[in-house]
Design a protein around this ligand. Structure first.
Ligand SMILES: NC(=O)c1ccc[n+]([C@@H]2O[C@H](COP(=O)([O-])OP(=O)(O)OC[C@H]3O[C@@H](n4cnc5c(N)ncnc54)[C@H](OP(=O)(O)O)[C@@H]3O)[C@@H](O)[C@H]2O)c1
Length: 359
């Protein structure tokens, strides 16, 4: 079979692996690109962000992409319980991805608090399992994390700003970052059965992308914490909506573009982050900021609905503690060519209209 010209040239580090380089860093040891397409695994592919990323990656002829999900795994997605170590190991052995974007998680702080054992299994333990597989097989791991690793008291936050998560969800995501980093750092690769080599700082083995509250096309209004506030618009019952926390909602397509920019930089197609260490952190915040009360007023305006029954609540929300302002600096992502393209006010109407029966 002819190889498309576009994908004939392997990125430099994979070309080194192909030529049988022996003095290798982690990424050189088990070249996973034996097909001519970069094989990418996306976990959480049935979710809000996963669906957008799957669509974007499908536009690339140089990628072979497999998405895995759990309760909503419908073809072409494969069902894989990421908390089952044996099943994950088997999946990696069979598919052998070169890049893994790991975003499967329990992301709802109150649900995390109500069932910490289940949340920990997917948020922390599964990340450890996946990171170890990536480390031993030489796959690049991009871990999706959250702005909730910060306490929201001193924005803006930078990639190396001090972390201090306020709720269990944030603590679990931070622990996931740490277990992934240490699995990648400690990774050894066995060469010729005898030589043990360490991952070096010169070759990033993964990256973390911390993201803010997401919005995008939903299967139900309850699916995202942005669209679920629109439920209050449908009801005529007076309600109070959070006007305390400043949020930086990002459209899932903008986040998917950021993920692709990191993948492309890793592959040497554009930008670079070689100098940033084994697991650099990238941050993404959408602009401008809104409180949830401000978001609901934008929703009412674009849908032509009344919002007089909705009142601003100036107090911190009840339930799991939330940070007040986690604005993050995006310049590291911008250095890879990423730009925010979607604007909340222009996009939210199209997302909500199908649920409100308005044009
Ligand atoms: N949404 C936000 O506002 C937000 C904000 C900051 C950070 N994040 C982070 O961004 C990432 C994506 O968030 P999202 O909103 O797209 O998530 P989501 O819509 O809640 O989807 C979660 C995904 O995880 C999968 N999953 C859960 N348990 C699993 C298991 N045991 N085995 C395999 N897959 C499992 C789900 O599969 P099924 O549905 O098929 O069961 C689903 O695909 C997460 O890491 C989250 O922490 C999200």
């Amino acid at each position: 079979m002819g190889i498309p010209q576009k994908v004939r040239k392997l990125p430099q580090r994979y070309a080194a692996a192909q030529s049988g380089a022996t003095d290798c860093g982690l990424l050189y040891c088990a070249p996973p690109w034996y097909s001519y397409f970069m094989k990418i695994l996306v976990t959480g592919a049935s979710g809000l962000l996963g669906r957008s990323l799957m669509k974007l990656l499908a536009t690339r002829s140089d990628f072979e992409v497999k998405g895995v999900a759990f309760s909503r795994a419908r073809p072409p997605l494969e069902k894989l319980n990421l908390t089952n170590e044996g099943a994950v190991a088997l999946f990696f052995a069979q598919y052998s991805p070169g890049i893994v974007v790991h975003m499967a998680a329990e992301r709802r702080p109150d649900i995390v608090d109500n069932d910490m054992e289940r949340a920990r299994a997917i948020n922390v333990d599964a990340t450890k399992i996946i990171a170890r597989e990536c480390a031993t097989r030489g796959a690049f791991l991009l871990l999706i994390s959250t702005d909730y690793v910060f306490d929201g008291t001193s924005p803006p936050y930078f990639p190396d700003s001090p972390v201090n998560p306020l709720n269990e969800y944030g603590r679990m995501k931070l622990e996931a970052e740490r277990v992934a980093e240490s699995a990648l750092r400690e990774a050894r690769c066995l060469e010729s059965g005898t030589t043990i080599k360490r991952a070096t700082d010169a070759h990033p083995a993964g990256a973390v992308l911390r993201i803010p509250i997401l919005y995008g096309p939903v299967e139900s209004l309850e699916e995202s914490s942005v669209t679920e506030i629109a439920l209050a618009l449908r009801s005529r019952v007076p309600s109070n909506v959070d006007d305390w926390a400043h949020r930086y909602p990002a459209h899932v397509d903008d986040v998917a573009n950021a993920i692709l920019a990191i993948i492309d930089a890793h592959l040497g197609n554009s930008g670079t982050f070689e100098e940033l260490g084994p697991m650099p952190r990238f941050l993404l915040s959408g602009l401008p900021s809104y409180t949830k009360f401000e978001m609901i007023n934008v929703m009412a305006k674009v849908l032509g609905l009344h919002a007089e029954h909705i009142h601003p609540d100036p107090n911190p929300p009840k339930g799991a503690p939330r940070p007040r302002d986690c604005r993050m600096d995006t310049s590291r992502l911008e250095s890879l060519g990423w730009r925010q393209k979607k604007d909340f006010e222009s996009e939210i109407g199209g997302i909500l209209r199908p649920f409100f029966g308005v044009n």
